[in-house]
Each structure stands twice: as C-alpha cells, then as structure tokens.
Design a protein around this ligand. Structure first.
Ligand code: GDP
Ligand code: MG
Length: 441
C-alpha cells in the first residue's frame, strides 16, 4: 500500500500547521527531508530542521508513531510546522517529491479500519465526533467512541447474541433439556425477542428525533445575480471567502461557511444567482444545485436589491426571509415590504438579520442537546430497521413452530447486524451457548 500525507489543519495563517503521514518504512521514505538524521524516538516531540533539496526551509516538531502501535497501524509521522499556508503547501510538495501521495478524505481512518485498529462502529463514531455541530452531539459520539460497549448497536448485539444462543441451544441440544426445560427454553425466546424489538425501536426513534441535528442549522443565500449575496455571505461570516465581483455569475457553486455559536454551528451557504436563461453551463449547474439545496436547508434568505427586484420565483416549503440589500442606494419599494432591509456595503441592518438567524439556530438546537449515545449514521439506522423486521419475522415463525423459517430469519438478522456493526463471529455465539447454558455436559 502506498504512503499518504494530508494537512490536518486548515490552510489559513495560524501559529502551527500540522501534516500527517502514514505508510510502511515511512522514515526511510522521508529521509530526503531530514538528510543524515536518525529516526526520532517514538512518540517524543523532536525539533528538526526540514530541508528541501538540501536547503533548510523550516524548523519543525516531528512526532513518530511506529506501526503497528499507531492510529492507522502503519508508521505514522506528524509534522508540526509554522502555520503559514504557503509554508504548509511547500512542505506538502516536498513530501510528495519523496513519492508520497495526498490522502483521500477519510483514508487514514479507512487504513485504521482495514488494519484492525478500529471497528466500523468506532470509525463512524469518530466521524460524528469530528463533524458534530453541537457539543451534546460531540459528547454522544465520544461516549460511543471511547467505550464501544456503550454504542446502541453494541447493546443490541449483546441482546441478540443472547437470543441466538438460546435458540441454538434449543435447536441443537433438545435431548439435553428435560420436558420442563424444553418449554422453559421455548418461552424464554419470546421475552428475549420482545426486549430486542423494544431496544431497536427505541434507538430508531431516538435517531429519527435527533437526525436533523446531525447536520447543522443551515441558511442558504439565494436570489438574482448581483443582488449582493456573496457580499452578505462575507459580511455575516466576517470574512472574504466568497469572491465578490460587479459581474453577474461570479459565484459558480455553493460556498459554505460556519459560524460557531455557543449552542451549535450555523452553516451559511452562498449560491449562484437564479436566472431564467444562463448560457453558462457551469453556472447553470451551480444554480440547479442551489435549487435542490433549498429543499434541505432550514432557512432561505431571498436577497434582492434595487437593480434586481424579483419576488421568489417558485414556491417552497422551506421558511424564508426576504432581504432588501443595497439600501444605501435606495429604500425598498413600499408594495413588497421585505423582512429585512440591509446594506452589505455600509453594514446597515446586518446586526438585526444576524440576531434573527442566531435566535433561530438557538431555538433549533434547544430541543436537541442530547449527549446520550445514539446511532451514528443513516447506514446504521437502515441496518437496524431491517434487523427489526427480520426479528419480527422470526417471532412469527416461532409462534407457528416453524423452526426452520425462524432460523432463516435469525440468520438474516445476524447478517444485517453484522452489516451494522462489523463482524459477529460464530465463536461469539457458541461461547455463549456453552458458557451460559447449563447443558449438563
Ligand atoms: N451599493 C452597494 N453595493 C453592493 C452592496 N452589496 C453588494 N454590492 C455590490 O453589488 C455587486 C454584486 O455583489 P455580489 O455580492 O457579488 O452579488 P451576488 O451575485 O448576489 O453574489 C458588487 O459590485 C458589490 O460590491 C450594497 O449593500 N450596496
Ligand atoms: Mg455571488
């Protein structure tokens, strides 16, 4: 497997920028950056001079985690450099010159999973920890990550193994059970099924209730070209991320920015302008993406201005505010009073608009600050929902004494839970059959 590198901090001016590398015999590969220097002691910060073609380019702290005792299971090196974005780019380039390629998103975690360092469940909890828009959601994910036995699917897996063990014992060793034990075993299965159904339904309903919150409270700026959406985007985020230009159609795709508020993130999206006929294919794609996005955001800001006065040209279920921008040029017409009157140029009215958005976000998050462990993803929820159906089919078959059919449904349930959690080994089931049941042998 080839070696990979990724900057793990954003490419913005900051004191420290960190690059992470993973691969086999990694120190040997990056030796050209540290000519003649021995491999640093494992897990100790070591100050080294990083060179490119023999020239010193930065002094960096290097952390070396030899495999297999590392996050990915391979050798991992972390380089903490001076966080000037140009410097980080230059170091990245030097690392690529050593034959190490840039990692794809999630590739470090994928390697950790493939090398048996983390389970599928842990990988998904980790992803949720990183992207959680609220602190409660972060704690919920962290609880599953640090104690995988807390994960809802782990609890369900326990209960399911219990059921399977009882069922196999009942099928495989009927002669070991006396008559009364026989009926006891049979009636033992139903309460176990009931428990499983209850646990699964409970987790699915918790997940559905909280699902909205897995993605941040989102606000989309839309409106005719040149109404000042990108200028507002920058003002609201207090940055110059979106390219603002006097020519229509400069913003070609969706831009994202986040305001980190005390109760959760506000995700602000800037879209390309809406025009009935855009000959520009790329801009056209940006527009259709924005229309699709409208259906999924929590609030739409429909931005118009003196040159581009246009009411919302379509109906939508998404709640929206109408914004009159460029009030420094002229006030809004009295016929269509907008919800907010602002000027991105002079900042007039921006405070009121921002306050309104922040209070909507606060309201959105106030119902959802739940730090109990939850399912991490739609994938897990789907696996669990199919699992629940299979368990219920097994119950129906058992009630009509169709044991073969019950077995088939339980095997299906097992596969579904395996999809959700990673592996369930046959040993795990038989361990229970032998350890928990007094079979007399
Ligand atoms: N006078 C004035 N001009 C503005 C204001 N907001 C934006 N503009 C200008 O309008 C033009 C288009 O702005 P931009 O943000 O790119 O619009 P977008 O196409 O909707 O993203 C630029 O020349 C901006 O400088 C404003 O509040 N007042
Ligand atoms: Mg724009």
């Amino acid at each position: 497997m080839d070696s990979i590198v990724a900057p793990v901090t954003a490419l913005v001016p900051q004191p420290v920028g960190i690059l992470r590398l993973s691969g086999l015999n990694l120190w040997q590969q990056i030796q050209p950056l540290f000519p003649g220097l021995p491999c640093p002691a494992p897990r100790k910060a070591t100050l080294l001079t990083l060179k490119r073609q023999g020239q010193a380019i930065d002094s960096v702290l290097v952390l070396f985690f030899p495999g297999p005792h590392s996050f990915t299971g391979e050798d991992v090196v972390e380089i903490q450099a001076h966080g000037n974005p140009q410097n980080i780019r230059s170091i990245l380039h030097s690392i690529e010159e050593c034959g190490i390629r840039q990692a794809k998103p999630g590739e470090f975690s994928l390697r950790a999973y493939k090398n048996g360092k983390i389970s599928l469940l842990k990988a998904e909890s980790l992803h949720r920890m990183i992207t959680a828009p609220t602190y409660g959601d972060f704690l919920s994910a962290h609880s599953s990550f640090s104690r995988p036995e807390n994960h809802p699917l782990a609890t369900i897996k326990e209960a399911f193994l219990d059921l399977l063990a009882s069922f196999y014992a009942f099928l495989d060793y009927p002669e070991e059970l006396t008559d009364s034990e026989h009926s006891y075993s049979h009636s033992l299965l139903f309460p176990k099924i009931l428990t499983l159904q209850h646990l699964s339904r409970h987790q699915l309903s918790l997940f559905r209730k909280n699902r909205r919150v897995f993605s941040s409270f989102s606000v989309l700026l839309a409106g005719p070209p040149n109404s000042g959406k990108s200028s507002l985007f920058n003002r609201l985020l207090q940055s110059d991320r979106a390219i603002v230009s006097p020519y229509p159609g400069t913003t070609r795709d969706l831009l994202e920015g986040r305001l980190s508020l005390p109760f959760g993130d506000l995700l602000l999206l800037d879209s390309a302008g809406f025009r009935s006929s855009s000959n520009d294919l790329i801009e056209g794609m940006g527009i259709s993406k924005a229309r699709k996005t409208i259906a999924h955001v929590d609030r739409l800001l429909w931005v118009t201005s003196p040159e581009t006065l246009a009411p919302l040209p379509f109906s939508t279920r998404t709640p929206y505010f109408t914004i009159w921008n460029k009030v420094d040029l002229s006030p809004p017409p009295p016929i269509l009073p907008p919800d907010f009157v602002v000027s991105a140029r002079t900042r007039k009215g921006l405070r009121q608009l921002l306050d309104a958005l922040v209070s909507l976000a606060e309201d959105f998050y106030s119902h959802h600050n739940n730090s109990t462990p939850l399912l991490d993803s739609e994938r897990q929820a789907q696996a669990l929902s199919s699992f629940l159906k299979a368990i219920t089919r097994a119950e129906d078959s058992l009630r009509s004494n169709a044991f073969d059919l019950a077995l088939t449904s339980l095997e299906e349930a097992r596969n579904l839970l395996e999809d959700g959690t990673g592996m369930i080994s046959t040993e795990e089931i038989y361990d229970r059959v032998f350890s928990r049941f007094c079979l007399g042998k």
